[in-house]
Design a protein around this ligand. Structure first.
Ligand code: BMA
Length: 310
């Protein structure tokens, strides 16, 4: 039995649900805001570059897409220079009364991370570009540690496989104190690269980190999801990384699409009853949803761990 239960109506959102022209709907962040579920999803336009759309749901599964896109690449100012090739893979963290949206900004200079803020998902303010080039997958913790914001990030590396780092900031502009905290494991489902997925979820045993891991095959790379647990007070300390994945491409809409064999998550909602609603892109083409017990994910880390830094 799978630890993640796929929703019966998967895929829950596809390009056919979008009232403007797109080729895909995937890799969405989802948050609960004023008793509604807000989904900010990525779509490829028909020129191959990405934009962000917004959809709203009352139950977390049945979403209605806004008539217009939520965020397009910036046209003026410093952001325009770095978003020309599109904006991708949003993640959302609620902290100090506002939602922080991190996203990958693509341009001829490479990929770096932009940070935008909103309080109501109507007015958005682009705030800062928080990495240089060659970073993806930045998730911000929903609490500060010793007065500092903390993020998990994933710089590119040619020497060592792509790994998860932690970095801190006093103001969401200047970032430092970076440290490598988790690496892929050789000849393991995540041996090629790992990257943060869902912004960390607080549990009584630690911060739950749902990440993606990639394995190279003769038929291309396979993207799966895994879990790790970080210390509540010092999130640079990893308590345990689960040895087994929690989700892999199995359904037809995960096996084939825009890029085949991909499940990729940027968001989840932790409900008060201990259920997690998890969202993932299927084959970079559709949005899927499922549920899990948060305790089961925590227990998987604790009962079947592997080394964090092999
Ligand atoms: C990664 C990113 C993701 C994508 C994944 C699978 O490198 O581009 O947005 O879902 O590859 O194609």
């Amino acid at each position: 039995m799978s630890i993640i239960k796929r929703h019966e109506n998967n895929p829950v959102l596809t390009k056919d649900d979008v009232p403007y022209s797109v080729a895909t709907v995937h890799n969405a962040a989802v948050v609960k805001h004023q008793n509604q579920y807000i989904m900010i999803f990525r779509s490829h336009r028909l020129n191959g570059r990405s934009i962000l759309g917004k959809a709203v749901s009352q139950d977390g599964f049945d979403f209605k897409v806004d008539p217009k896109p939520f965020m397009l690449p910036a046209e003026t100012g410093i952001f325009a220079e770095y978003e020309k090739y599109g904006i991708e893979d949003p993640r959302i963290t609620f902290i100090d009364g506002e939602y922080l949206i991190t996203y990958s900004a693509y341009s001829k200079h490479g990929v770096r991370i932009g940070l935008a803020k909103t309080r109501d998902f109507k007015k958005i303010e682009r705030f800062s570009l928080i990495t240089q080039a060659d970073y993806r997958n930045v998730v911000i913790f929903p609490e500060k540690f010793n007065g500092l914001y903390a993020r998990l990030d994933r710089p590119h590396s040619e020497i060592s496989p792509w790994s998860v780092w932690i970095t801190y900031s006093p103001d969401l502009i200047f970032w430092g104190k970076s440290k490598l905290i988790m690496k892929p494991m050789q000849y393991h489902w995540d041996e090629m690269k790992i990257g943060p997925g869902v912004p960390p979820i607080k549990t009584n045993k630690g911060w739950l980190n749902i990440y993606h891991g990639v394995f190279p095959t003769m038929d291309g790379s396979v993207y799966r999801l895994g879990v790790a647990l970080h210390d509540l007070e010092d999130p640079s300390k990893i308590i345990a990384v689960a040895d087994e994945w929690i989700l892999q491409p199995e359904e037809i809409y995960e096996i084939t699409g825009y890029v085949h064999n991909v499940v990729f998550s940027c968001g989840a909602v932790a409900e008060d009853d201990g259920t997690l609603k998890l969202y993932w892109g299927g084959a970079d083409k559709v949005m899927c949803a499922g549920t899990a017990k948060i305790n089961d994910l925590v227990e998987l880390c604790l009962s079947k761990p592997r080394e964090a830094l092999p």
